[in-house]
Design a protein around this ligand. Structure first.
Ligand SMILES: Cc1cc2nc3c(=O)[nH]c(=O)nc-3n(C[C@H](O)[C@H](O)[C@H](O)COP(=O)(O)OP(=O)(O)OC[C@H]3O[C@@H](n4cnc5c(N)ncnc54)[C@H](O)[C@@H]3O)c2cc1C
Length: 399
């Protein structure tokens, strides 16, 4: 039996386990400091009040039990990896392994250069942060419902960063406000959404089709787009820009950058400017330690660095498991080259914009349904495993 340690129960970690579990010669342990898998890709709907907690969080213990005795779950933070002795140290204990897959993801980078950002900005990479933002947004709507005639100051919701997550959150909130106007009254429209980015465009790096159609949809929803806007500092109610302009705000969410979660090791490891591991072409840090997902720099066949997505996290995890199997059976190993099959941007309500294999372009309800199909099939896969685990847990408790 080979012991495989997977650190991180996100998109990469869970996909790795699904594939590892097919090999009966592996004994697998999943480590995560949280008790749940957080579906970050659905965060936009949770923040805007469209999805509930059970749509964005799944219990990892129940999920692991869904593999019978094959996968053990340890809820603990991994603090050190000893590559010389093949051990992992958590806050409470030390474990040994034959292979280790690091899938620790990334967190919001509250850039130190932007004074006040860490104090006043919300991130969305952690569930408690999204929850805080959701509560604040709901409170604003609630206050408007109670006292529509009271002119509240600074009814501006600011979103820093117009990448995929910033755009999706802005669109969903704007759509909710539009729909709330019917029930809460016209005063809900006093809530204004500002989408701020230092780049020349929203969704930098995406295709002109995606950018143009997203921009049109955001404008239709009444989102104020501020590109080429460099934030220099923030205090409790004002955002200050480098060109000396200001924006008063009620609360701010920051999606403008991430920094990888890495784990201290007994040897020096090369990192890029986003703090991601720079691995060899087989995603290895050492001969038996691999990294997948947001925590590692991933490149496509043209050697271009790919933006961190759930899709590439899953691809890299599948590749690593295949590689471990090939190593054990002395087969040749291919180098890793990620590819992006498609991108879909949810833009509030039943609207999305998307591209598949670069040449199929869709927008509107059809794109929304395709996006939903992708996320739903992911969710259903997890749910089936979760249900099996939950039933097993109940029968174990009865014994
Ligand atoms: C709002 C939003 C919308 C998005 N939309 C999309 C989208 O539409 N499509 C898409 O493909 N991607 C999207 N993404 C990006 C996608 O969510 C990430 O790329 C994906 O989560 C990366 O998966 P991962 O497995 O690398 O890391 P994560 O999913 O972040 O998981 C990392 C796990 O590691 C655990 N961990 C970290 N450090 C330790 C430690 N030391 N010890 C133990 N456990 C640890 C964490 O608790 C976490 O569970 C979106 C992201 C956001 C925030």
């Amino acid at each position: 039996m080979k012991k495989v340690a997977v650190i991180g129960g996100g998109y990469g970690g869970l996909r790795a386990i699904e594939h590892l579990a097919k090999n009966k010669d592996f004994s697998i342990t999943l480590f995560d400091m949280n008790s749940y898998h957080y579906l970050q890709t659905e965060a936009y709907g949770y923040i805007a009040g469209r999805f509930d907690l059970h749509d964005v969080a799944l219990d990892l213990q129940n999920w692991c039990l869904g593999f019978d005795n094959k996968v053990k779950f340890v809820q603990d933070e991994v603090t050190f990896i000893d590559s010389a002795n093949n051990t992992i140290t958590t806050k409470n204990k030390t474990y040994d392994f034959d292979f280790c897959i690091i899938a620790t993801g990334a967190r919001t980078n509250f850039f130190k250069q932007i004074k006040g950002l860490d104090k006043y900005g919300y991130g969305v990479k952690k569930l408690f942060r999204s929850h805080g933002f959701r509560t604040a947004f709901e409170k604003l709507l609630y206050e408007k419902l109670l006292e529509p005639s009271v002119q509240q100051q600074n009814m501006n919701l600011a979103i820093g960063g117009a990448g995929l997550s910033g755009v999706e959150i802005a669109a969903e909130m704007a759509d909710v406000i539009k729909r709330h106007t019917k029930s809460i009254g016209d005063s809900a429209q006093e809530l204004k959404i500002y989408l701020i980015d230092a780049s020349d465009t929203i969704l930098p790096g995406m295709s002109p089709y995606i950018i143009e159609n997203t921009k049109t949809r955001l404008e239709e929803l009444g989102v104020h787009i501020m590109t080429k806007s460099f934030i220099s500092s923030i205090d409790h109610d004002t955002i200050y820009f480098q060109d000396d302009s200001q924006l008063h705000y009620t609360f701010m969410i920051f999606t403008g950058g991430i920094i990888a979660n890495t784990i201290p090791m007994d040897q020096e490891v090369e990192l890029n400017r986003m703090g991601q591991y720079i691995c060899d072409e087989t995603l290895r840090i050492t001969k038996n330690i691999f990294a997948v997902g947001d925590c590692v720099e991933l490149k496509d066949s043209k050697d271009a660095i790919l933006p961190p997505t759930a899709q590439t996290a899953e691809r890299s995890a599948e590749y690593v498991v295949k590689t471990i199997n090939q190593l054990l059976s002395n087969e040749d190993i291919e180098t890793f080259r990620a590819r992006v099959d498609g991108v879909f941007v949810a833009l509030g309500g039943y609207y999305a914009v998307g591209e598949l294999f670069q040449y199929i372009k869709v927008k509107g309800k059809l794109a929304y349904l395709l996006k939903k199909l992708i996320t739903k099939s992911y969710y259903i896969g997890l749910k089936l495993r979760l249900n099996t685990g939950f039933m097993r847990r109940s029968s174990l408790q009865e014994e």
